[in-house]
Ligand binder design. Structure first.
Ligand SMILES: [Zn+2]
Length: 397
């Protein structure tokens, strides 16, 4: 079957400047204890995978950095070869999808576009608000919008169902409590993988949906983000949820293993889940810590938590799951080390978190700034030391 192709001019990383601060992900705001990791679930408004898209190479979307070459808005001659990072490809089983046209380095901003519709937190659950914003779009954008995947959610109009089938959760990328969600023409073409190679982030300053490579991506590979934040569940559990919530079943390497390494994916995910359970136990024990010899007991709890987190880190790296779950693991390690007053290691894990967030969110992201501030604070505190544990592990930092 001949593939229909449309070049997408994506971003030359060297030319990109992201000037406004970003915030971390929805799940980044509180402490990263185990219960939080488990909360990396389907409850958020991350997008739903287009599983049966009709071929569509045109889009009137207000895409400023990723325009299909050959569309009305641009000709091929406008685009230099080095700018071509992605192409839109019609696939037999997943509709239109975005593929790399060359090798892409981790940290590269591969796509940035203005949303077709974005809604604040107080409006995102209101179907009338979605209809209203849709009616305000130019006709060409309405046409493009209506070609996006529709999971045909019950008791909703098509416009509303398409919104909830494709919107991205911007919570955590805006000032506290102002999350909301947004839908983009190209962003909606990025399919799901349980082993994602790109990370979504909303840039409040430019009002753009951004995607960065979180690991090196070879040429000719589909770019996929992770819709389902349940990183620690086995294939069967993930697929059951995908079917119910998104109307598709993932066929990524972890879901349809083609070699011995990926055949062991479930084993690794089980290990992650177990590590998270241990961590939850430590969290609970630490919170209960009181009375004589508390320091001794708390040391054991903290060491148990750090051991579980080290296991989680190892498994995430092995599984190539190197986005938010890994960043949150490092954040948690830093926190536990800090409770133990091991400032040296707290700073070490904070730096690791910074590294992961720089790659996934860019250097001016809000979470990156927050980590840098925390690092500076840890370095300042480093020399002083203290023998006191906070009252509870849930205490804010
Ligand atoms: Zn999968």
């Amino acid at each position: 079957m001949k593939k229909e192709r449309s070049k997408v001019r994506a971003i030359n990383a060297a030319k990109m400047t992201v000037t406004m601060p970003l915030q971390g992900h929805k799940f980044d705001q509180a402490m990263i204890a185990a219960h939080e990791m488990q909360a990396l679930s389907l409850d958020n408004l991350d997008p739903v995978s287009p599983s049966s898209l009709e071929p569509d190479v045109s889009s009137g979307a207000t895409t400023t950095m990723a325009t299909p070459v050959g569309s009305d808005s641009e000709t091929a001659s406008d685009t230099r070869p080095q700018d071509l990072l992605l192409e839109l490809v019609s696939t037999p089983d997943r509709g239109l999808a975005l593929f790399t046209t060359r090798k892409i380095k981790a940290g590269t901003l591969i796509l940035a576009e203005q949303p077709l519709i974005s809604l604040d937190k107080d409006e995102e659950d209101d179907p009338d608000a979605i209809e209203r914003e849709f009616s305000r779009l130019p006709r060409s954008e309405q046409k493009a919008y209506l070609k996006l995947f529709d999971a045909q959610k019950s008791r909703m109009s098509r416009v509303v169902s398409i919104y909830y089938s494709n919107c991205y959760n911007c919570d955590g990328f805006k000032a506290d409590g102002q999350g909301g969600s947004a839908i983009g023409g190209f962003a909606s073409r990025i399919n799901h993988s349980c082993v994602p190679n790109v990370q979504f982030c909303y840039n409040e300053g430019t009002n753009q949906l951004e995607f960065r490579a979180i690991r090196d991506i070879p040429r000719g590979k589909e770019v996929c983000s992770n819709y389902d934040k349940a990183a620690f569940e086995t294939k069967a559990k993930r697929q059951r949820k995908q079917q119910i919530y998104y109307g598709f079943v993932c066929k990524c390497e972890a879901c349809e293993p083609k070699n011995e390494f990926w055949a062991k994916s479930d084993e690794r995910r089980k290990g992650m889940y177990e590590a998270v359970k241990v961590l939850q136990g430590c969290d609970k024990k630490f919170a209960e810590g009181d009375g004589p010899e508390v320091e001794v007991r708390q040391d054991a709890v903290v060491n148990g938590a750090l051991g579980a987190l080290a296991r989680l880190e190892e498994l995430l790296l092995k599984e190539c799951h190197v986005g938010i779950p890994l960043a949150n693991t490092y954040r948690s390690m830093a926190k536990w080390a800090e409770w133990k007053r091991d400032i040296k290691h707290a700073a070490k894990w904070k730096r690791k978190e910074l590294e992961v967030c720089m790659i996934g969110f860019g250097p001016s992201a809000r979470r990156v700034k927050e980590i840098e501030e925390k690092l500076a604070e840890l370095e300042k505190v480093g020399g002083r030391g203290s023998s006191h544990y906070p009252v509870s592990p849930s205490s804010p930092s």
